[in-house]
Design a protein around this ligand. Structure first.
Ligand SMILES: CC(C)(COP(=O)(O)OP(=O)(O)OC[C@H]1O[C@@H](n2cnc3c(N)ncnc32)[C@H](O)[C@@H]1OP(=O)(O)O)[C@@H](O)C(=O)NCCC(=O)NCCS
Length: 170
């Protein structure tokens, strides 16, 4: 993600979250936070309007934290979220993380399904974490990202993902 992408990201952000980040939060993550890495997923034509997904991580020593991930509502269910998560996992591993964590709304079954598929387990509940409606957050966690077991799981899931994407292209 670059500063030029923030406008397109904000369109998706406001359609995806009840309490959305302001553009300044993305700009500060991109320009000031040395621990932050943000990415966009585009549809083939490569223009700003074609950003369909984005996601971000912080990597602090061997811990990674997924700060956000979203797909444009019109483009959900086409594996963009999964591709973004795979990318965030690889970036985390490449930058030295062994563990990865995130918070999700307790009611957000779609996101939790995606994370569980990639080996995340719920390790805690943060009561009334979301100030807009007092909803609990579930804290999810996966690791050891650098271990053989996780590497095999990730490779198998990516293989299946590639096969699905190839089949959809036909
Ligand atoms: C969560 C989100 C990123 C998923 O992206 P997506 O592109 O729609 O999802 P994908 O097509 O990549 O699906 C991948 C997996 O997600 C889960 N999933 C996706 N859509 C689902 C649905 N309608 N119901 C249940 N699970 C679903 C499944 O586990 C699916 O894998 P499977 O089909 O093999 O079981 C997207 O729904 C989104 O942007 N939601 C709003 C923002 C948000 O909640 N972000 C997460 C904050 S913690």
């Amino acid at each position: 993600m670059s500063n030029a992408d923030v406008r397109a990201v904000m369109r998706i952000e406001s359609l995806s979250f009840t309490t959305s980040w302001p553009a300044s939060a993305f700009q500060s993550e991109l320009n000031d936070n040395k621990l932050a890495y943000y990415f966009v997923g585009r549809e083939p034509s490569d223009s700003e309007a074609d950003v369909v997904a984005y996601g971000g991580i912080w990597v602090i020593l061997d811990d990674a934290h997924i700060t956000t991930i979203a797909v444009h509502p019109d483009r959900r269910g086409h594996r963009y979220g999964e591709q973004m998560l795979v990318h965030l996992l690889h970036e985390s591993i490449a930058r030295g993380a062994s563990w990865i964590t995130l918070e999700a709304r307790e009611s957000n079954e779609v996101a939790q399904n995606l994370y569980r598929k990639y080996g995340f387990a719920t390790i805690a509940t943060r009561r009334a974490y979301y100030s807009d409606n007092g909803e609990n957050a579930v804290v999810m966690w996966a690791g050891n990202l650098r271990g053989e077991l996780y590497a095999q799981r990730l490779a198998a899931l990516e293989h299946a993902l590639d096969a699905t994407l190839t089949a959809e292209d036909r």
